[in-house]
Design a protein around this ligand. Structure first.
Ligand code: FAD
Length: 317
């Protein structure tokens, strides 16, 4: 057992492992091994893991649900910390919903509706965690984190920083100051967030959550392995419509496929590698640019051992 693993275990981290396949922790079910892996359930564990990585001069990365990342087949250098800070409560005086960064949005939507509040119903559509959503400005059904967030708690490996307001994160469509290009990690960790909610009838709020859930099931291939929308929608258009227009809907490459239901979803049909998905992303990007003049920008983040050339071919200019 390595020193890093021993120290992570001694600090209370859970499921500590070496060479952990990331395909177990991503919604695409794709990704090679992380050199080191651990699950943090408390802020103390999160901070301890980051400190241990820093002391050993290892790169480190926090993941939530792994729903917005394409992890390279060659894996991830250093330590991956899976955030599972799962406390959730309503503070009625404000009123606000307080969530640990490892709470999944679907739980946040159901919890606040059941408690008799409206405002978080849209969260039922987001498969990821609050932490990932604060980074990505996740959103659906005419709402997003930028519009719902009251404040987020953010720390670095020393536990410094503190509470930030949405204005501090410069939210734009699926973008924030916390969402960095693959190579430049901020090393900032979201530990919790507070969302705006208003009192309502629990039954009415729960019915809206259920309507949105059914709508999702009917319009998107949510049961297959994917990362949701692969590309951001360009201004005034839809990435899926553009990919469909250039004839790529249903295209297969290796074990990956551009969804016949929603062309902005790339599906892992069971045996896809990151290289297969990457090749489809590149193909869609090149074909759409050649035919329509629109350059699609990936919404998903490329994580792990990608080469500079790989990234230059698909990431935003
Ligand atoms: C079927 C499907 C449908 C989807 N539909 C939507 C949709 O409608 N709208 C939408 O916005 N998204 C959608 N997504 C994408 C995804 O759910 C969101 O991007 C979500 O915000 C990702 O959260 P996550 O916890 O999985 O993040 P991860 O993929 O784990 O991480 C994403 C990024 O956030 C960082 N990160 C995660 N947690 C933390 C933390 N605690 N502190 C610091 N950094 C952190 C990671 O390092 C990484 O850079 C969909 C995905 C799927 C699979």
């Amino acid at each position: 057992m390595s020193e890093v693993t021993e120290e992570l275990r001694a600090a209370g981290l859970r499921r500590v492992a070496e060479a952990e396949p990331m395909s177990r922790h991503t919604s695409w079910r794709i990704g090679g091994p992380a050199d080191y892996f651990a699950v943090a359930e408390t802020e103390q564990e999160l901070l301890a893991a980051a400190r241990i990585a820093r002391e050993h001069r290892l790169p480190w990365l926090v993941l939530g649900g792994g729903n917005n990342v394409l992890v390279a087949d060659a894996g991830i250098e250093g330590l991956v910390i899976l955030n599972r800070l799962r406390h959730i409560s309503v503070e009625p005086d404000v009123p606000q919903l307080v969530c640990g960064a490892g709470v999944f949005f679907a739980r946040a939507a159901q919890f606040s509706a059941r408690a008799g509040y409206t405002g978080m119903e849209w969260g039922i559509a987001i498969p990821g965690t609050v932490g990932g959503g604060v980074v990505n400005n996740a959103g659906a059904h005419w709402s997003d984190v930028g519009r719902s967030l009251l404040s987020a708690d953010i720390v670095d490996a020393d536990g410094k920083l503190g509470r930030v307001a949405p204005e501090d994160l410069a939210y734009r469509y699926r973008q924030s100051t916390l969402k960095t290009p693959h190579t430049a990690q901020t090393h900032l960790m979201v530990t919790s967030a507070r969302f705006r909610i208003e009192p309502d009838e629990a039954a009415a709020a729960l019915a809206r959550v259920e309507d949105l859930r059914r709508h999702r099931l009917a319009t998107q291939p949510v049961k297959e392995a994917s990362a949701g929308s692969t590309f951001k929608n360009p201004p005034g258009d839809h990435a899926g419509a553009l990919i469909d227009r250039v004839g790529l809907k249903g295209t297969r490459l290796g074990g990956a496929c551009i969804s016949p239901l929603h062309a902005n979803f790339i599906l892992n049909e069971g045996t896809a590698t990151a290289a297969d998905v990457y090749a489809l992303i590149k193909l869609a990007r090149e074909r759409v640019a050649a035919v329509t003049g629109v350059t699609l920008e990936p919404e998903v983040q490329f994580v792990g051992r990608w080469t500079r050339e790989d990234l230059a071919a698909v990431e935003a200019a």
